[in-house]
Design a protein. Structure first.
Length: 417
């Protein structure tokens, strides 16, 4: 009887070993479940339970700021022991290049995206929801409010905001004597400014070039044009449709006196700097991104944000592609690049404003608070999805408008919901 019990016990133990044995190689291969603070240890270069695999990141930056990112990436690689291959694409070519990469099945692990593209890429199944990211990326509540619609679609977050670049206006105060050197605040004041421009004495007109530019912005930049229209509209929201028509009419009348400056694809900088043109009194007024205007004022140059332009501000974020098998490595890299340590000096390095709220409470960033959007300023995710697909055609239409081959009515659709 004892012998029979021993045989039964032996059989039970044997079955238990057989059931357990298939799981042993898999457990040894993948390692134990990652603890919440393991990502931080890996970024500090500590011992990792699982080596980080190589990842590839596509970026869309000017040459100078890409060098800044390369330096940060080298620091990350030294701390983590990971290999991160950065591939930079000219901003004006990025949208097309990204779509071609997906079509060919060779998309990278991480993409730098314009905020206006996120809904487009997310709705096409090209991005991984940020809720699945690992490695301690910042929560949505840690970012400035303008980022929400730029990284959200269908109730989910699809990327982590990196920075934003709002539009501002620079002007020469002596060209605005009627308003004591300040900019006009409504359409009536802008019309008086226009009348003063056109009231040049006859003796000064003879033999003189009467088509000197009075306003400037980057050629083909539909967001800069929208910011200019917002500046002219002022704050008369109760008459928004009427003032929009009036602002567009003003753009039409000043078409021949608008200076359009091209942007170099290689450097991301203006060949002719608007600051210099305004200070030298060659152009009284210009609109451009903060990263190209700078933030310093002089006796011959004043600078201000255009509040309504936050709806079209250039916002960049980082997203993980849906088909990557390296989301863990991608998440850790994104967490480092968008973290507080890195973001604190981001503006000084690139001219683009950081997205973390807490940075603006630091003494070194107090002067930048005026560039923060009002809490009520937001943009629709649906509008962002629409913008990605049509922005290229609007840019071509804008060029045709200033060439004189397209009427202002054709541009009004850009401002419709």
């Amino acid at each position: 009887m004892k012998r029979k019990n021993h045989l039964v016990l032996f059989g039970v133990l044997l079955l238990a070993l057989i059931n357990l044995s298939p799981s042993l190689p898999e457990t040894a291969q993948t390692g134990p479940r990652q603890e919440p603070d393991e990502g931080a240890a890996e970024r500090r270069g500590g011992e990792s339970q699982q080596p980080l695999r190589d990842i590839e990141v596509y970026t869309m930056m000017g040459t100078s700021e890409f060098k800044v990112l390369q330096t940060l990436n080298e620091e990350y690689q030294q701390r983590s022991g990971a290999v991160v291959n950065l591939v930079n694409i000219a901003p004006e070519q990025a949208y097309k290049t990204y779509r071609e990469a997906y079509a060919a099945g060779r998309e990278p692990d991480v993409l730098m995206l314009d905020g206006a593209w996120v809904a487009d890429f997310a709705s096409s199944g090209r991005l991984l929801p940020a809720d699945l990211y690992e490695g301690g990326v910042a929560a949505a509540s840690d970012s400035l409010p303008i980022s929400a619609a730029s990284v959200e679609w269908n109730g989910y977050r699809w990327g982590v905001p990196l920075d934003f670049d709002p539009y501002g206006v620079v002007w020469n105060p002596k060209q605005f004597a009627e308003t004591s050197g300040e900019l006009p605040q409504n359409m009536e004041e802008w019309r008086k400014w226009e009348e003063n421009l056109l009231s040049t004495p006859e003796e000064e007109k003879e033999g003189e070039n009467t088509t000197e530019p009075v306003v400037g912005f980057p050629s083909g930049d539909v967001r800069a044009f929208a910011a200019l229209i917002a500046l002219w509209k002022g704050t008369e929201e109760e008459k928004s449709e009427q003032t929009l028509d009036e602002a567009l009419a003003l753009a039409d009348r000043l078409r021949g006196r608008t200076y359009l400056s091209g942007v170099s694809a290689q450097s991301g900088q203006l060949p002719s700097d608007f600051r210099t043109l305004v200070e030298s009194d060659e152009v009284p007024l210009a609109v451009d991104r903060l990263s190209r205007l700078g933030s310093e004022e002089t006796s011959t140059l004043r600078l201000a944000p255009i509040a309504s332009s936050f709806k079209t501000a250039a916002l960049r974020c980082l997203g993980i592609t849906a088909n990557t098998d390296r989301s863990r490595e991608s998440s850790l890299w994104i967490a480092y690049i968008t973290g507080h340590e890195t973001q604190s000096s981001w503006y000084e390095s690139t001219g683009h404003l950081p997205m973390l709220r807490v940075i603006y409470d630091e003494p070194a960033s107090f002067s930048l608070q005026r560039w923060l959007p009002d809490a009520q300023v937001s943009r629709s995710a649906a509008d962002s999805k629409k913008t990605a697909a049509r922005e290229g055609s609007w840019s071509r239409s804008l060029d045709r408008f200033y060439e004189g081959t397209l009427g202002i009515d054709a541009l009004s659709g850009f401002f419709q919901p």
